[in-house]
Design a protein around this ligand. Structure first.
Ligand code: PGA
Length: 253
């Protein structure tokens, strides 16, 4: 696994024509990827085979936005990690705040989903983050600790093939990113947390997510312990997503 990633979360957006234009545009912007910075895009599930085809030979990985905690059985509407692997998925977002908010997912269930992903040999991208109320109440670090404690209670601390995405809920889709001070403070806290847990998880990539775009990417990417970005709306614009990727590359150069 690489140490730096830029990942696009397309959410509930796209269709055959738009996906084609997006990936073709991205490939035109970035004819080759830097070997030190990975890129993944997470389309809506029905389009995964299409996006696999469009990204063939590009180095761009394909991710999924969610997964079942179960491997198979009578769970109508669910998708298993093994099935995602079958169609070429490499990364799976788990615990995105929209899943937590709109689908009532809690940290224990998210940890079981992460375990299902690991069990299938894929990499979970575990999203954590505080609400605005929690931040204002001074609970940010307690909330993040609870979310990570729940994760490691299930998946253990000997697996280095996990990505952590810090996404303050109040910065997602709002156009207002966290400040570089806030991001640096939390990412340093998260690195310390991971370092205390075990040598295997000490170096897990920690991505930032929440209104990251072409304009703020360079200052965010330059922060210590920021290992990339999980990008929503800006991931739907090829030039902007490419600019974020280039900012990450510049930060490791
Ligand atoms: P945003 O979304 O970049 O549109 O804020 C980020 C995310 O939800 O992962």
């Amino acid at each position: 696994m690489l140490k730096k990633y830029v990942m696009g979360n397309w959410k509930l957006q796209g269709n055959l024509a738009d996906n084609k234009a997006l990936i073709e545009g991205l490939r035109a912007e970035l004819p080759t990827l830097d070997a030190r910075v990975g890129m993944a895009v997470c389309p809506v599930a029905p389009y995964i085979p299409q996006v696999k085809e469009l990204t063939a030979g590009s180095g761009i990985s394909v991710g999924a936005q969610d997964v079942s905690e179960f491997a198979k059985g009578a769970y109508t509407g669910e998708m298993a990690a093994g099935m995602l692997k079958d169609v070429g998925v490499e990364f799976v977002l788990v615990g995105h705040s929209e899943r937590r908010t709109y689908h009532g997912e809690n940290s224990a269930q998210i940890a079981r989903k992460a375990q299902a992903v690991i069990g299938a040999g894929l990499v979970p991208v575990v999203c954590i983050g505080e609400s605005l109320d929690e931040r204002n109440a001074g609970q940010t670090k307690a909330v993040l600790t609870e979310q990570l404690d729940a994760l490691f209670a299930v998946v253990g601390t000997d697996n280095g093939n996990i990505v952590i995405a810090y996404e303050p809920r109040w910065a997602i889709g709002t156009g207002v990113s966290a400040t570089t001070e806030q991001i640096a403070d939390v990412h340093t806290f998260l690195r310390d947390y991971l370092t205390k847990r075990s040598a295997a998880v000490a170096g897990l990539p920690i991505l930032y997510g929440g209104s990251m775009n072409g304009a703020n990417a360079a200052s965010i990417a330059a922060l210590p312990n920021v290992d990339g970005g999980l990008i929503g709306s800006a991931a739907l614009k090829p030039a902007e997503f490419a600019a974020i990727y280039k900012a990450l590359v510049a930060s490791v150069a």
